[in-house]
Design a binder for this molecule. Structure first.
Ligand code: CA
Length: 164
């Protein structure tokens, strides 16, 4: 009798909590995707893209398909209490200046709420680096809103993800 109650309890627990999303280490389950934010490893955009792919063949630098997801990632970074850093995002306008796309080929949404304002009165919105800055990053100096940076900037950390 006790064991059948236990089984019933276990079944109820599993139903209540849903299927657990299994992510390959070091990725963790995040909003139905598998994400890994690495505050230690750093390098330029291409190096960090390769780094994500070295962790798992289907992984890449992150793309944001909704502003809710974008906000959740920023909240995650804020909650860690790390010092201000730069995190690479899988977005670029290299070779097609002004047309920003993610590494999966989808177009990036421009403007609010993704991209940072350059100054307080909001006259210039990022990206503003023209052909000098072709890689997207979340920059702690801009409260982790998106900015365009030189792709060769060496101190960006990766936000890797893959679709689960
Ligand atoms: Ca550019």
């Amino acid at each position: 009798m006790t064991s059948s109650y236990l089984s019933l309890f276990l079944l109820a627990f599993l139903i209540a909590n849903g299927p657990t999303l299994a992510c390959i280490s070091p990725f963790f389950s995040f909003d139905s995707e598998c994400v890994y934010v690495d505050p230690v490893t750093s390098g330029n955009w291409s190096e960090m893209r390769n780094y994500c792919q070295s962790l798992y063949s289907r992984a890449d630098l992150i793309s944001f398909q909704s502003f809710t997801y974008f906000g959740d990632i920023i909240e995650y970074i804020h909650d860690r209490g790390w010092p201000k850093q730069v995190f690479w995002v899988g977005g670029t306008d290299e070779g097609h200046e002004g047309v920003w796309s993610y590494v999966d080929g989808s177009l990036m949404a421009m403007g609010a709420p993704y991209w940072a304002l350059t100054n307080c009165d909001g006259i210039i919105i990022q990206p503003d680096g023209n052909t000098q800055q072709n890689c997207a990053a979340l920059d702690g100096d801009y409260y982790y809103y998106m900015t365009d940076k030189e792709c060769e900037y060496q101190h960006g950390h990766p936000i890797c993800y893959y679709d689960s």
